[in-house]
Design a protein around this ligand. Structure first.
Ligand code: GAP
Length: 457
């Protein structure tokens, strides 16, 4: 399909079908914050569960944790965030708006939306640094002593708890800690739907290695993460690997790969994989005065491990899944006339609803009863949707539009016996329709669950 206004169509679908709404919409919205509706919440849960399973359950060298959003201000001082977690900002004296100084050439002017901020003629101030962390106070007294920040990344909890996790998990190097959670950044210009938000979720691993093995693990993590994206339906061909030049890396990084996805609005970062050396542990060891070294029982050496950090955004990956899945196809309707089918080709594991279940006619109690009974059985295992309203073709289209991989229809052959095919004469069969091919096959009701479980594994 054509890519023009593709993004607008995806945003409209997200709202229409309940994937993503603007936060506080009835009050005019809150810029940079989003609410995930019923389908968006399922999509995100599937995504996070898949990442968590891949990082923790399927490996024995990573354990999980769930750190607090509020941490001591000392953490952010030691990590360098308080001093340097900034973006350059300019003010426009003409329209009184604020912009990221490094994005003027891609930011539309709020007063003249057909122009960009660098050409609209507004008078801009010199850039100055703006700290992206949201301030808050812990306790009832709002003074400097009680100041802290909402975490701008989940990473720091894994560094400051490194010793505790190491001790309780009894792991040896190389080993990692995984975490999923909210992060907050007061972005100067949130934009591109959920892509750059002020509140978002991250999925991060801090992987601790011997200092001599950092570079090797950076390459291993690159391969691992690319394979994971492919496994959830984001093809390798849509990801660009940027080997970030030294001048653009954090000063402590000895190598960083950015994984960029080809979004409709441009090729932009999905995940960063950074070899952070021992910077973070060293900072926290020095600032806290608590030893964070690892004792190698074989060599009898004590040292600070180095860290490779694959850090991905939940919201950006969910957006990539939506963009990757969205398609418009020309198909024939029930009467053979051409119509456009909007379909989300989600990987079955990512799809919010796994199967739609339809009695062919809603005024035939035997069909309804069987369809409801199938629904009751399948919903014990995964989310399904029972729908008896409207023509069967329309019901299929409604599920196609939200990416439901399977449609199960209870029809007269279910009651009377299959007319033909390998199950000819057999009762209690249904049609199983496949979303992508739209092909249908007949299947015994008793075979439905095992069949779907294989497809969803
Ligand atoms: N601990 C390293 C770290 O936080 P980052 O590159 O700043 O690195 C990691 O963030 C990932 O978090 C990004 O690749 C992106 O997927 C996500 N992310 C960062 N800022 C975001 C924002 N404002 N909105 C949505 N996702 C964001």
């Amino acid at each position: 399909m054509k890519t023009d206004n593709r993004m607008e169509k995806i945003v409209a679908l997200c709202k229409r079908r309940g994937f993503i709404f603007q936060s506080s919409e009835i009050y005019g919205g809150l810029n940079g914050a989003w609410d995930y509706g019923p389908l968006g919440a399922e999509l995100k849960r599937n995504l996070k569960a898949d990442w968590w399973r891949a990082m923790t359950q399927l490996r024995d060298d990573i354990v999980g944790m769930d750190g607090s959003i509020l941490m001591s201000r000392a953490v952010w001082q030691a990590s360098g965030h308080e001093a340097t977690f900034t973006d350059p900002m300019v003010d426009c004296k003409t329209c009184k708006s604020r912009f990221r100084a490094d994005q003027l050439a891609t930011t539309p002017c709020p007063q003249k939306p057909s122009k960009l901020v660098n050409t609209c003629g507004g008078e801009l101030t010199e850039p100055r640094q703006f700290n992206l962390m949201f301030k808050t106070y812990v306790g009832p007294v709002e003074d400097e002593r009680n100041l802290t920040y909402l975490r701008p990344e989940t990473a720091q909890a894994m560094f400051v708890q490194f010793k505790n996790v190491l001790e309780v998990s009894r792991k040896k190097l190389p080993f990692g800690i995984a975490q999923i959670g909210k992060a907050f950044r007061n972005e100067i210009n949130p934009r591109n739907f959920t892509f750059r938000s002020r509140e978002f979720e991250q999925m991060e691993v801090e992987f601790f290695v011997r200092p001599t093995e950092g570079k090797v693990w950076l390459e291993k993590w690159l391969a691992d993460r690319l394979a994971w994206y492919e496994s959830i339906g984001i093809p390798r061909s849509k990801i660009t690997v940027l080997d970030v030049p030294e001048a653009d890396r954090a000063f402590y990084s000895q190598g960083t790969y950015d994984l960029l996805y080809e979004f409709p609005f441009g090729t932009e970062e999905l995940e960063g994989i950074a070899y952070r050396t021992d910077y973070d542990l060293k900072q926290h060891q020095e600032a806290s005065g608590k030893p964070l070294e690892y004792f190698d029982e074989e060599t009898r050496e004590k040292f600070l491990p180095h860290v490779v950090e694959p850090s991905a955004g939940v919201d950006r990956t969910a957006l990539a899944l939506l963009c990757q899945a969205y398609d418009e196809e020309e198909v024939a309707d029930d009467k053979g006339a051409k119509e456009t089918r909007v379909v989300l080709h989600f990987h079955p594991r990512m799809a919010p609803i796994k199967a739609g279940i339809f009695p062919l006619l809603k005024n035939k109690p035997e069909l309804v009863e069987k369809a409801r009974s199938i629904t009751a059985t399948l919903r014990q295992h995964f989310p399904v949707f029972y729908d008896e309203a409207g023509a069967i073709g329309r019901r299929y289209r409604r599920q196609d539009e939200i990416g439901t991989p399977f449609g199960i229809t209870v029809d007269f052959e279910t009651l009377e016996g299959a007319k033909d095919g390998p199950l000819a004469g057999q009762k209690d069969t249904v049609t199983l329709r496949h979303r992508d091919s739209m092909k249908q096959e007949r299947l015994a009701i008793t075979d439905l669950l095992p069949r779907l479980q294989v497809a969803l594994a």
